[in-house]
Design a protein around this ligand. Structure first.
Ligand code: ADP
Ligand code: MG
Ligand code: ZN
Length: 484
């Protein structure tokens, strides 16, 4: 079976729809906010009423340019909106305004890391702007009717089409994650897969290894999780190989992935482009993008993950592993940098962010944006560790208290009296008491039983309520125990 499978090679190309985070829709002033009552964010334009005319949202063009620059595309100085004609109840105009022959971005690429750790370039064929359709709501089997919610109609989308450059489900997922990270970093998409802000159609075909031509592709529609993309593609590759091995042929069609049963099912035979009768939309003028505008957008482009990782490793001296972890999520990277801005100890701050902060967020199911502990307070706490005011152990207590109460470290240290005792006189007093109270163990230590030392450290720390400076405790104990 495996020998048979290894004779084949999978070919995968992805089409991704990313919903833009503009405040208003692409051709009208309606809100793009998610979750409003059905049809409350609509107007004659997005309802497709006769005579209403679309006006292009400039922000959408800017976002498309950002995406194009970040993926090394050429930005077309002139691009054109086209009507993609088809009938469906969620599309009141009977056509979708999209771009076809002249999209705004062409010929770019993104770099991924393969499972084997190698770098691979995935080509981006094109990026174009288009409007989303509405949503059908089916109240249930046998109700005899369906609802249409047009709040989503006219929400701006970028469609990002890749070259058929991926050769496994893992590569497809790596590309998809990279693209997701990029649009979120650029601040043009919220990246929320559950709400459908970032969804993917996967085109999959198989061919014999070394074959010159691609096989016929099936298109897997609207997959909205990284895990399902992997499952759907893996299932589809197997299905096609089995089919070809049994003498069948793959037909070009659209298939749906059923995440419950883990299989893909035929939905409809795939429309050819000419079925859509594309033509330039006469209601919209061509989109002209000047070189100055492109420069302006390029200058304002946020720092992208690779550049951030480089800076974290060189300027801040973090390990590559730490830098990658922090830079994976822009919000987390910003949080970390806000900590460092308060207290310039990158490694110290990074450890708390990657450790306790991520743990806390995980446990409470919160995003970085909703973190109850401010980076300023965390930076303030790391400063108190570094200047010896509190020990690393006491810091755990302060951390939890900051998380729960929102108070600053300084305030908590004062209120709870958590200041570390470094005064050697005070520590000596405690040490004397502990040694006196445990004469037997002291004798054992002097007789060479080194293990008892830990017992003494524990006792002194306990007596000081954890506030004694551990290094001072060690030094004083060694000294006093040796004295006998
Ligand atoms: P359509 O809108 O008809 O799906 P597009 O050109 O927009 O066509 O998208 C085609 C997608 O399919 C691209 O991502 C492309 O890389 C991919 N693709 C094209 N041919 C194949 C193939 N033989 N096998 C796998 N993917 C393919
Ligand atoms: Mg397609
Ligand atoms: Zn509207």
């Amino acid at each position: 079976m495996n020998a048979m499978k290894s004779r084949y090679e999978a070919v995968i190309g992805l089409e991704v729809h990313a919903q833009m985070t503009t405040a208003t829709k692409i051709f009208c002033g309606c809100s793009t906010a998610f979750g409003a009552p059905p049809n409350s964010h609509t107007c004659p334009v997005c309802l497709g009423l006769p005579g209403a005319l679309p006006v292009l949202n400039r922000k959408v063009v800017e976002f498309a340019i950002r995406a194009g620059l970040a993926s090394r595309c050429t930005i077309a100085p002139r691009s054109v909106f086209a009507r993609k004609n088809y009938f469906y109840p969620d599309l009141p105009k009977g056509y979708q305004i999209s771009q076809y022959e002249l999209p705004i971005c062409i010929g770019g690429h993104l770099e991924i890391e393969t499972k084997e750790g190698a770098r691979k370039t995935i080509g981006i064929t094109r990026i174009h702007m288009e409007e989303d359709a509405g949503k059908l709501i089916h109240p249930g089997e046998g109700s005899g009717y369906s609802h249409v919610d047009l709040n989503r109609a006219g929400i701006p989308l970028l469609e990002i089409v890749s070259e058929p450059d991926m050769r496994s489900a893992d590569e497809a997922v790596a590309y998809l994650r990279k693209l997701h990270q990029t649009v979120v970093y650029l601040g043009i998409c919220d990246g929320n897969l559950e709400e459908g802000s970032f969804r993917c159609d996967a085109n999959v075909s198989v061919r014999l290894q070394g074959a010159a031509r691609f096989g016929t592709r099936a298109e897997l529609k609207n997959i909205n999780s990284f895990r399902f993309v992997k499952q759907a593609i893996e299932y589809e590759i197997e299905r096609q190989i089995d089919l070809v091995e049994c003498g069948g042929t793959v037909v070009q069609e659209t298939r749906l992935f059923d995440s419950v049963s883990g299989v893909t099912r035929s939905m409809r035979s795939k429309e050819e482009a000419h079925d859509y009768r594309y033509f330039p939309d006469p209601d919209l003028v061509p989109v002209i993008v000047s070189a100055e505008w492109i420069d302006e957008v390029r200058t304002a482009l946020p720092e992208l993950p690779e550049a951030k990782i480089d800076r974290f490793t060189t300027a801040l001296n973090l390990s590559r592993q730490d830098a990658e972890l922090l830079a994976a999520d822009r919000a987390l990277a910003d949080y970390f940098e806000a900590c460092v801005a308060v207290h310039n100890n990158p490694k110290g701050c990074a450890n708390w962010v990657m450790g306790e902060v991520l743990r806390g967020l995980n446990e409470s199911g919160l995003s970085v944006a909703a973190c109850p502990l401010t980076p300023e307070n965390l930076g303030g706490m790391v400063a108190r560790i570094d200047d010896g005011t509190i020990s690393g152990k006491i810091a755990k207590t302060v951390f939890q208290e900051m998380w729960d109460s929102g108070k600053s470290a300084d305030r908590i240290i004062e209120e709870k009296g958590l200041r570390q005792v470094t005064d050697s006189g005070a520590i000596e007093g405690i040490v004397d008491e502990i040694i006196a109270a445990n004469a037997e163990q002291a004798a054992q230590y002097r007789a060479g039983k080194e293990k008892v030392f830990g017992f003494f450290v524990g006792q002194v720390m306990k007596a000081s309520k954890g506030k004694a400076n551990p290094q001072a405790v060690n030094d004083i104990l060694r000294h006093k125990l040796a004295q006998g």
